[in-house]
Design a protein around this ligand. Sequence first.
Ligand SMILES: [Zn+2]
Length: 261
Amino acid sequence: MSRTARTGDSPARTGNSPAGDSPAGDSATGDSPAGADPRVVRPAPPPDEGKQGHAPNRAAARVRTSVTVPLRCGERTHRATVATFHDLVDAREHLAVLLGPPHPAVPLVRLHSECLTGDVFGSERCDCGAQLDEALTRIAAAGGVLLYLRQEGRGIGLYNKLDAYRLQDHGLDTYAANRALGMDDDARDYTAAVQMLRALGHDEIDLLTNNPDKRRQLERGGIRVRHVVATAVHLTAHNSAYLQAKATVTAHTLSMEGLRH
Ligand SMILES: [Zn+2]
C-alpha cells in the first residue's frame, strides 16, 4: 500500500529482511505513527546480510525516516512528506520532498541542487529560487517528488560559488569562473538521486528539467525517464548572462527569447 511496502519487498534492494526484523536502534530513528497521511514513507528494513543467496546491494539506500511538513509555495500551503535516507553514496543529508496526490503511476520528479543564495535569500544572480518554487507547485499538482540535493554551487560549495561570482563580475561566465578556480564546470553527481528514487520505489519517472545531463545520469543509473517536462525560463535583470551560459555551454534547453546576447 505504501511506497515502502514495495521497497521493502525488493530483495535486490534491501536483502528482503522481513518486516519487524530490524535490529533495535534502527527502527527507533523515526518510524513515526502512520497517522492519516497516505504518503508517509516507512523506513525500509536494513539489509539482511545473513540471508543466503541475497548478497546485500551495496549501492542501495533505504528510507530512514519521513515526516510531514507543510510547505508554503506561492500563495498556497502544501502538505509535504519529507524523507531522509540511510546509505547514500556520498553520505550527505539529501532530502526527498513528496508532494501531491499519493502514489502517482509515474511521478513527476525534480532534482534540485541546493543553492543557499537563490533558495533562501531569493538571489537573482541565478534562477534557483524561482525554479524551486515552480517545481514544488507543479509536483504538488501532478504528484511526485522533489529531491533536494546538497551539492551547493553545482557541487563546488558555497564559498567557492561566491568566489566564482566575483570572477563573473570581471567578465567570466559561470563555467569559466569555475575553471578559473580550478573547479569542474559542473561537479554534480546524481548517483544519490538514483538511490533515493529506487528507495522510494520509483523506477520510472517524468523528469522536470531543462538539463540533459540529469536525464543522462539517471538513465545510466537505471531509472526510466518516460517524459522530460521542460521548466519555465525565469529571467531577471541579473541572471540573463547566467542563463545564456547554461544554454550555450551545457546545452540546457532554454528558450533564448528575451535573453540578452
Ligand atoms: Zn542558484
